[in-house]
Design a protein around this ligand. Structure first.
Ligand code: DI6
Ligand code: FE
Length: 417
């Protein structure tokens, strides 16, 4: 029998496979790729002698992890809210600013006024910052248009970013993010519009992979959220929820009832909410950047989530109001320092469990048959990915089996090889 013929073979690597608990570490390992998928991995000395590869390189002991996955972002928006940052530092709260007509609605004004090209041009550098840290899959939400055409505009920009940059973009329709000014005092009428017009049209254009809502005292009620979820279900779109960020609304139970992929934030979730998520297999997406930036004091109940076996993901929540952060590695650090995750939990949260939060079974773990989305790091131990703050040890990225170059202007490490 003739030997295997691979497209790419990486030798003398250390793998953090992220399979099972911990890092799933494999020392002195090799990993082979064929047709964009992992075709073989194991101890270097067990490589089949007859196997050949079109391209081969030695990782020289560098660590290989799954490509990072940022599973919760609002990356596409116009303008910024540095003025509100200043206001909050002199006493105003996030909720005060939102109630006074600032907050999300001020970004809505800027985003509505921006052309598609402007939105693209403002989002692209943020995306580049994330890609430079080894992100290979990113979720991007709408939610700053809050009208049919402007929500579609945001999602088209997100899709375009996915075409023009070497990254997989998953889009989420977040029409129920805030009440647009023209519906002031009429939230149920706005939810009618979301369910009857906006969502069906967005779905018909293929612009959304999932549907999200903001269920909170400054967002929408559980009853309104339920209607959005029913509309999503009718269109066979999976749901996720901004749940219990500022108060406990029972959003986690509601989302679990709809088999939600994830509940995100969760600072105020109750044990009943955690139990419901565990039963439904809903991932808890923790967003330490928003907790940090809003100077919150109530941490999500990490011990409860662990005890009930709820998978925890970590994401940037990149947005102009509560988390203007474009570093997933910084969020891994904050997940450990602020929420007391272990570095292994944090890394699993940006790989395998982030994949789960997006319903993507084909990535997030190094294993035969999974996508060959890989990040190579100049580190001595994978805990360093959560340990450093403001330092980027990325060496190179392989996406679907190919070295990443196209569309990414700033991969300084690419030339090293
Ligand atoms: N919670 C958040 O953290 C973001 N959206 C949400 O519902 C913040 C969005 C913003 O302030 O612009
Ligand atoms: Fe968010």
């Amino acid at each position: 029998m003739s030997g295997e013929r691979w497209d790419l073979l990486i030798r003398r690597a250390r793998l953090a496979t992220m399979a099972g608990d911990g890092y799933g570490a494999l020392d002195d390992a090799a990993l082979a790729v064929r047709d964009g998928r992992i075709a073989w991995l194991g101890p270097d000395r067990e490589l089949p002698a007859s196997a050949t590869a079109a391209e081969e390189f030695a990782a020289d002991g560098r660590w290989v992890t799954p490509g990072l996955i940022d599973c919760h972002t609002h990356l596409v928006y116009a303008g910024n809210r540095a003025n509100e940052f200043e206001m909050r530092l002199t006493g105003a709260t996030y909720a005060d600013i939102a109630r006074a007509g600032g907050g999300i609605v001020s970004t809505v004004k800027a985003t509505r006024a921006a052309s598609e090209q402007t939105l693209y041009a403002q989002a692209a550098p943020r995306l580049c910052a994330l890609l430079a840290e080894g992100v290979t899959t990113i979720e991007i939400k709408s939610g700053y248009g809050l009208a049919m055409e402007t929500e579609a505009k945001m999602l088209r920009v997100a899709r375009r970013l996915g075409r023009e940059f070497a990254v997989d973009v998953r889009t989420t329709f977040l029409g129920a993010h805030a009440l647009p000014p023209e519906f002031a005092g009429r939230p149920d009428d706005y939810i009618d519009a979301v369910c009857a017009h906006m969502l069906p049209a967005i779905a018909a254009e293929g612009l959304a992979d999932a549907v999200d809502a903001f269920c909170d005292n400054i967002g929408f009620t559980p009853a309104q959220t339920r209607r959005v979820f029913e509309a999503a279900r009718a269109l066979r779109l999976p749901v996720k929820l901004h749940a219990e960020q500022l108060s406990d609304q029972g959003g986690a139970q509601l989302a679990a009832e709809f088999g939600a992929l994830s509940c995100d934030h969760l600072e105020y979730v109750s044990e009943a909410g955690v139990v419901a998520m565990a039963r439904a297999g809903t991932v808890a997406v923790l967003l330490p950047g928003a907790f940090y930036f809003l100077r919150e004091t109530r941490v999500p109940p990490v011990d409860l989530l662990r005890r009930h076996g709820v998978a925890m993901a970590i994401a940037t929540d990149c947005n102009p109001g509560s988390s203007p952060i474009t570093s997933l590695l910084a969020c891994l650090n904050m997940a450990c320092t602020l929420f007391r995750l272990t570095p292994a939990e944090a890394l699993a949260g940006a790989t395998r469990h982030a994949a789960g939060a997006l319903g993507l079974a084909d990535r997030g773990i190094l294993e035969n048959g999974r996508r060959a989305d890989l990040a190579l790091w100049n580190i001595g131990h994978p805990a360093e990915l959560a340990y450093h703050l403001g330092y980027n040890p990325l060496s190179r990225v392989i996406r679907q089996g190919s070295p990443r170059a196209s569309g990414v202007a700033l991969l300084p490490h690419e030339s090293e090889q």
